[in-house]
Design a protein around this ligand. Sequence first.
Ligand code: AMP
Ligand code: MG
Length: 335
Amino acid sequence: MENNKFGYYSDKLRIGLEAVSLASNITRKIQKALCADDILTKTDSSPVTIADFAAQTVINNTLSKYLQQPVSMISEEEGANLTDEKTLESVISFIKGTLDISSHSQLKATVDFGKSSQKTEKFWTLDPIDGTKGFIRGQQYAISLAYVEKKEIQLGILGCPNLDPDLSRNPENINNEGSLLFATRNHGTWSTDIDDPWSNLKPVTSSPELPLEELRLCESVESAHSKHSVTKRILDFHNMKQDSIKLDSQVKYAVVARGQGHIYLRIPTSDHYKEKIWDHAAGCIIAEEAGLIVSDIYGKKLDFNCGDELKRNSGIVCAPKKHHDTIIRSIGKNI
Ligand code: AMP
Ligand code: MG
């Protein structure tokens, strides 16, 4: 990779790409071999698998090896949830060969690398497996890593191990080749080979400005994460004829960035839920740098500087510049 081609954060990007590529390789192997014993339930009732811990370990290990310390991480998984001996051993068995970690305490410490209760201005945010429910179903998921500094996301990487690199094919179908997308602020969005991120770089741009009726909407598979009844009303309201594309994880941002879909809507299902920053940071910059506008459902810019949640925002609207305002107004009328 040409030095500085991607701006001031090129060095961090190079390290992040290596980390996500290594983690993608391991999660692919785990998804193929996943069994019921590999899936646990967290205190908030959400599922977590050995792949979530393995991916977070591999990424944290890579960042800790190459980055100047201290490093601040806001990441989804916690070493404290690794209590069961069998789970710890399974994680170690999958990372063996990639990392030299053999003790349980070393594994837990690596999962918790960079975590701190103190607020920092410069931090990485990581969702090692975004869309764990999709991962368990054998469908789409993403490995999501982003870096925030000066109150803005500066770089974002999405490893999408099941996303077909061929844009002419349906992104809902899984493809073992996979895709990797990344963006750095003001240097565009790029796609590359997930196993060899330094080769085969291609610029990524969202689709040209089509009329609203021709646009295709993306939303979550899980109706508990986004109100499908509202998206259906938006489709009807704008006379949009095509069914929505249903995908787990930030693969939705990747698909709109690549112009296969055009709008990503995430309509809150409850007044209390606050989106987590690791579920959006990488996807947000990848969509923005591909030419889209990302906001909440009221049109407000996402604020990634309130800890681990988007406390000042509600839901997500990612849409072409030309139609973003119209979509925000129609959500107001249809929610
Ligand atoms: P998706 O695959 O886009 O549906 O998003 C998966 C993410 O949804 C997970 O990583 C969770 O953090 C997040 N999530 C969990 N509960 C909710 C909820 N009630 N509303 C919105 N997102 C949620
Ligand atoms: Mg997630």
